[in-house]
Design a protein around this ligand. Structure first.
Ligand SMILES: Nc1ncnc2c1ncn2[C@@H]1O[C@H](COP(=O)(O)OP(=O)(O)O)[C@@H](O)[C@H]1O
Ligand SMILES: [Mg+2]
Length: 239
């Protein structure tokens, strides 16, 4: 459902081009849960933003649900993104003037879905992420972990084929991190949504089905599931 082909990316500063990603290739199946692991500066966010269609690569193709998003014009891409792609940010990015429920419903407002259906869907998702009682509060009245649950519910409300999460637990303490990761694992199991989760923490990555490691902009694919990797004592995932 997601295919990254020969992706190379450079950023331009003045007259100089800084290469950030080198010839990245991989494929992800519908319903898979993938960690994108690597130390700070290895190119994780750049790759995620390219896959989410937030910017265009210098070279290469990205196919999502049989569409090459690199070739799409801005207009088509923004419609495609709304329908097929969800995004979870490290800093939640909720709208402070809207209630929890209004934040979760917002993507459906852009799709002109009726208020009653929006309400029904948002309340069901708030239940799924474990905060059904917070619907009428504002983001500032919630803890960081609760705000991230809201942002997870928002990312799911359009029933996207794939959700991209950039260090979703990067601002959270380790106990809250565990809760958020287990919610993502549970949602992946029950909803058949594909998740690509960026992290710099090996123990977070090891809970996912597959791990792709980025090192200085190069991809080191890690095959097999986490249980296998632990029993085989694989230790070559560097941070
Ligand atoms: N907009 C940009 N302009 C120039 N360089 C950038 C830009 N965004 C990221 N970079 C550089 O690209 C490299 C990879 O960054 P990033 O993808 O954010 O890594 P990560 O998310 O793994 O920390 C870093 O060296 C960073 O400084
Ligand atoms: Mg990053």
């Amino acid at each position: 459902m997601l295919r990254v082909e020969n992706i190379t990316h450079s950023f331009k500063n003045g007259n100089e081009w800084t290469p950030v990603l080198h010839n990245i290739n991989f494929e992800v199946k519908q319903g898979e849960m993938v960690a994108l692991l690597g130390s700070s500066g290895s190119g994780k966010s750049t790759l995620l933003n390219l896959m989410a269609g937030l910017m265009k690569p210098t070279e290469g193709e990205i196919h999502i649900a049989d569409h090459n998003i690199v070739k799409m014009n801005e207009n088509k891409l923004s419609i495609f993104r709304r329908k097929h792609i969800g995004f979870i940010f490290q800093a939640y990015e909720l709208i402070t003037s809207l209630t929890v429920r209004e934040n979760v419903e917002l993507p459906l407002v852009f799709q002109s879905v009726s208020p009653s259906i929006r309400k029904q869907k948002s309340l069901a998702l708030l239940e799924k992420v474990g905060i059904p009682d917070k619907a009428d509060l504002f983001p500032s009245q919630l803890s960081g972990g609760q705000q991230q649950r809201v942002s997870i519910a928002r990312s799911l409300i359009t029933e996207p084929s794939v959700i991209f999460a950039d260090e979703p637990t990067g601002n959270l303490d380790s106990k809250t991190e565990e809760e958020i990761i287990s919610i993502l694992l549970q949602l992946n199991k029950t909803m058949d949504t594909t998740f690509i989760v960026v992290t710099h923490e090996t123990d977070v990555a090891e809970q996912m089905q597959r791990i792709f490691t980025l090192r200085d902009g190069y991809l080191v694919p890690e095959k097999g599931d986490s249980a296998e990797m632990v029993t085989q004592g694989v230790t070559n995932i560097e941070n």
